[in-house]
Ligand binder design. Sequence first.
Ligand SMILES: C[S@@+](CC[C@H](N)C(=O)[O-])C[C@H]1O[C@@H](n2cnc3c(N)ncnc32)[C@H](O)[C@@H]1O
Length: 280
Amino acid sequence: MIRDYAPWWAKLAAKLVLARLPVPYRVWRRLGVFVHGAMLDVEFARRTFSEHFGRVRSWLPPSFSVLELGPGDSLATAVIAAEQGASSTWLVDASPDAGLDLAHYRALLGGTPWAAEGGTMLDVLARVNARYETAGLGSLRQVPEGSVDFVFSQAVLEHVRRDEFDRTVDELFRLQAPGGVASHHVDLQDHLAYSLNSLRFPARVWESALFRSSGFYTNRLRDSEILRSFEKAGYRVVDVDRDRWPALPLSRRRLHADFRHFTDEELRVRRMDILLCKAP
Ligand SMILES: C[S@@+](CC[C@H](N)C(=O)[O-])C[C@H]1O[C@@H](n2cnc3c(N)ncnc32)[C@H](O)[C@@H]1O
């Protein structure tokens, strides 16, 4: 596809324009222009859940509650979690873009008892004791304190607005049960050319309403800043698995001054898996 070869700045310019057109998200998703991840693919949704669940399973009580931050296009986690023994599930996003039509979920629901009575995916959610909320931080505030055993997110934390990041982490900590665990996969690459192009810009431009609403926004927080936020909230960091570029993907000279104080070692982190716990 042409977009695979377009330079980062051409993608940025195209997205700034396309995001202003009055086209519904489901059309962009079909065209593959703006897509919230890959959770509509049932195999991907199952693999994602089992990777996070596998990390925390031994810490969980036999009956446990789950919260997925940023489920994106799909509500599949609610069914997958119920199959694995979850007694209740919250799915909290900042946009109401998940498919509700049962047709999206045929491969997931076939053979489960929850599809039999029809309706939409919201009816299925009610049957597995799950809720889908889409007001981001406001939705997290509705979740009762200390009520969730297992929190996870897949490629979401980098999209949480920078000015809401610490408050989001504080809410996640508040709603976690004592002894609860969290697993987060974070993608620290720019979402234009999978490099560090986002770090070229001053905050005044990158955090503007125009850039934040154009489908490529990431908060640009680095490894140590994310971990510091979790620790400040009260979490204990149990494990961090980092995937690094072999060398900086972009010359330091190209980075905005705000990012030049980071060491190469930190700037080379392109993805990380974080495992956290809240003291019992
Ligand atoms: C790249 S998508 C990932 C979706 C899904 N986890 C996946 O892997 O397919 C990022 C998701 O994070 C959501 N998001 C962004 N800010 C959020 C916030 N403050 N709270 C909850 N979800 C948020 C977006 O709406 C979007 O659905």
